[in-house]
Structures are given as C-alpha cells and as structure tokens.
Design a protein around this ligand. Structure first.
Ligand code: NAD
Ligand code: UDP
Ligand code: UDP
Length: 321
C-alpha cells in the first residue's frame, strides 16, 4: 500500500483512553479503523461519537485469543494501564501483554504488515538513572505487585524484537510516559484523573506517601502525534523510543496546581505509598526529537485546564460513582 493511501488500521484497546483518541485521529486522516477491545477498562462511551462513521467498526474481543482479520497496520494498545486496574487481575494482565502480543505479532507476520506496540516507562521500573534514556535497562522487581504489568510489557518488547529479528517483521515500539487528558475514566485510579475528580467534587485529595515522588506528564494530543510520527517512519526505525513530556513535577506540586486551577475547597490528605512506587521518572526524548522531529507542545497547566474542563462537563449524574 502506497504512503498516503487509505488503509485499514487495527487498534487494539481502541475503546480505552489513548486508543479512542488514536481511532479518532486515524479516521480524521481518512483511514478505515477496526477497533478491538474487551471493554475491561475501556468503554463504549469513549467511542460513541465514532460509531456513526461508516469507516469505523468496533469488535468486542479479548486479544489473549487469536484474531483472524485482514488489515494493513496494527496498533497494539490493549492492556489496562492504571495500577489499580492492572493489579485487579494480575494474571490476566500478564496474559494480555504476553499472549496478546504473540497473537498480534502472529497476525502481523501472516499479513506482512507493520505493528506498533504501546510499551511503557514502567520498563525502567524504579530507576537509578535519571532522566531515563532508551539505553537504560531499568530496575524492575520481577515478583512484586507491579510486575504483572512491568514484566509483561518487558516480555512484549522482547517478543517484538524477536519477531523483528527472526521474521523480519516491521515493528515500532514506543515507551510511553504518564499521559493524561480527556476520556480518562473517572474511576481510572491514575493520579491526574483522581486529583481532578476529587478537586471538582471538593473531596479529599489523596496524596500517596509524602508526595515528593516525581512524574513527567504528557498531554494526550502530543502523545498521539508522537505515536503517528513513529508509525510513519521507515523500516530502519524500530524503537524502543521514549514518548513523553520531559517537564518533571512532584505529585504534591501536581496536587497544589490542580487545587489552584479548579479553585477547589479540597484538602490534601496523606495515604500510604503503594509498594514499589517509582521515586522519580522523566523521559530523555533526544531520540524522539532526532528521529521523529517531535516534542510535546502542551504545558501541564494548559493540559490540565482541558482535562478539568472535560471532567467538569462529564461528571454528571450518569457517571458511575
Ligand atoms: P486504558 O485502560 O484506558 O486502555 C486500555 C484498553 O485496553 C481498554 O479499552 C481495555 O478495555 C482494553 N483491554 C484490556 N485488556 C484487553 C484484552 N485482553 N483484550 C482486548 N482489550 C483489552 O489505558 P490507556 O492509558 O489508554 O493505555 C493504552 C495503552 O498504552 C496500554 O497498553 C498502556 O499500557 C499503554 N500506556 C499508557 C500510558 C498512559 O500514561 N496513558 C503510559 C504507558 C503505556
Ligand atoms: N495468530 C492470530 N491471527 C493470525 C495469525 C496468528 O491470532 O492471523 C496467532 C495464533 O494464535 C498464533 C500466534 O498468533 O499462535 C503466533 O503466530 P505465529 O505464526 O508467530 O506462530 P504459530 O504459533 O502459529 O507457529
Ligand atoms: N498517586 C497519588 N494519589 C492518587 C493516585 C496516584 O499520590 O490518587 C501517586 C502514585 O503513588 C504515584 C503517582 O501518583 O507516585 C503516579 O501514579 P499513577 O497511578 O498515575 O501512575 P504510575 O505510578 O504508574 O506512574
């Protein structure tokens, strides 16, 4: 298929937060989109506006089972991403990452097509190298509560590179750092949605630990732009490549910013720090700049304003508590 021609694109995890934004962008580019999702953490609500589009199709399916379809490209995003949800059924999380990757790689191999993998900054674990470049091998606990996700995603990367070496498959692996924005589920459990929802409801803001741990937050539009640029590169670019915003903030600073931007009456209350919670995290994005000519453009303040606006509009009576 020539570049610029309409493609049929498979997006696994397409009814999730990132997946639904990706489906929307691919439709805007004129492609046909097959969205495959088992609706574990995703929702029909995320893709409701797309269902009227004749180029969009939703298929309820679990990627741990084989999938025989005919498509031109695959974006593999299926996997719960919030610690609360990926630890709910850790065996299923590991299966989704590993068996799901094998099935999607098998599909890509049969069709001889390009496949993208949504990997994660969690492959660096609780890092001693800061900021994290792609060459860093990470510091991951193999037997902890986060391991189903971290090690599952690491094994998926291994499989992608072995299919690339062994079967000459064209792969694109992105290590995504904490990304936030509209369409996160109000009960997602990750920090930005938790804090924004709590602030808008004037409920206590739950700060895990002393709040001195850091993260770097990327707005969803920037992230999707990076993902599309990576997929458009030639076959020599495989990744893994970091995609994230290098602006680093303590979680306490994030909580204070959310309170200021919402004008909330919420108080910050301390909660226990979850096991193996990484102390610090910030992407080194030199490779993304050089290879994709990409860097984030949306500041945390601006991205939070969009996110707050979204939750303010959607936290109605019909939202599950
Ligand atoms: P999300 O939970 O909103 O989306 C994940 C989607 O995958 C959901 O729609 C869920 O129903 C679906 N899913 C889960 N298990 C499945 C299975 N077995 N079969 C089919 N569908 C399944 O999370 P997200 O933030 O949109 O994350 C999307 C991807 O990006 C995930 O692979 C995640 O690991 C990766 N990622 C996200 C971030 C981030 O900050 N948002 C960071 C790093 C990596
Ligand atoms: N697979 C799939 N759809 C396809 C082709 C393969 O879901 O169109 C799955 C199938 O379950 C298979 C896995 O992908 O076991 C890996 O495929 P591969 O060809 O790499 O290995 P196989 O196990 O078939 O030898
Ligand atoms: N966190 C917090 N309060 C919350 C949710 C999360 O203080 O209500 C902290 C969490 O302990 C971690 C950081 O925010 O240090 C980011 O957590 P998240 O679950 O969003 O992502 P991850 O830990 O996977 O980066």
């Amino acid at each position: 298929m020539r570049y610029g021609e309409t493609k049929t694109v498979l997006v696994t995890g397409g009814a999730g937060f990132l997946g639904s934004h990706l489906c929307e962008r691919l439709l805007e580019q004129g492609h046909e989109v097959l969205c495959v999702d088992n609706l574990f953490t995703g929702s029909r609500r995320n893709i409701a506006p797309l269902l009227d589009n004749p180029r969009f199709e939703f298929m309820r399916h679990d990627v741990t089972f084989p999938l025989y379809v005919e498509v031109d490209e695959i974006y593999n995003l299926a996997c719960p991403a919030s610690p609360v949800h990926y630890q709910f059924d850790p065996v299923q999380t590991a299966k989704t990452s590993v068996i799901g990757a094998i099935n999607m790689l098998g599909l890509a191999k049969r069709l001889k097509i390009k496949i993208f993998q949504a990997s994660t900054s969690e492959v660096y674990g609780d890092p001693e190298v800061h900021p994290q470049p792609e060459e860093y091998w990470g510091r991951v606990n193999p037997i902890g509560h986060r391991s189903c996700y971290d090690e599952g995603k690491r094994c998926a990367e291994t499989l992608f590179f072995d299919y690339h070496r062994q079967h000459k498959l064209s792969i694109k692996v992105a290590r995504i750092f904490n990304t936030y924005g509209p369409r996160m589920h109000p009960n997602d459990g990750r920090v930005v949605s938790n804090l924004v929802v709590q602030a808008l409801r004037n409920e206590d803001i739950t700060l895990y630990g002393d709040g001195s741990q850091t993260r770097a937050f990327c707005y969803v539009d920037d992230l999707i732009d990076g993902v599309l640029r990576l997929m458009a590169t030639g076959p020599s670019v495989t990744g893994p490549i970091n995609l994230g915003n290098p602006g680093e903030f303590s979680i306490r600073a994030l909580a204070e910013l959310v309170i200021a931007l919402t004008g909330s009456r919420s108080r910050i209350v301390a909660r226990p720090l979850p096991a193996d919670d990484p102390r610090q995290r910030r992407p080194d994005i030199a490779q993304a700049k050089a290879l994709l000519d990409w860097e984030p453009t949306v500041s945390l303040r601006e991205g939070l304003m969009h996110t707050i606006g979204y939750f303010d509009r959607h936290l109605g009576a019909d939202t599950p508590a």
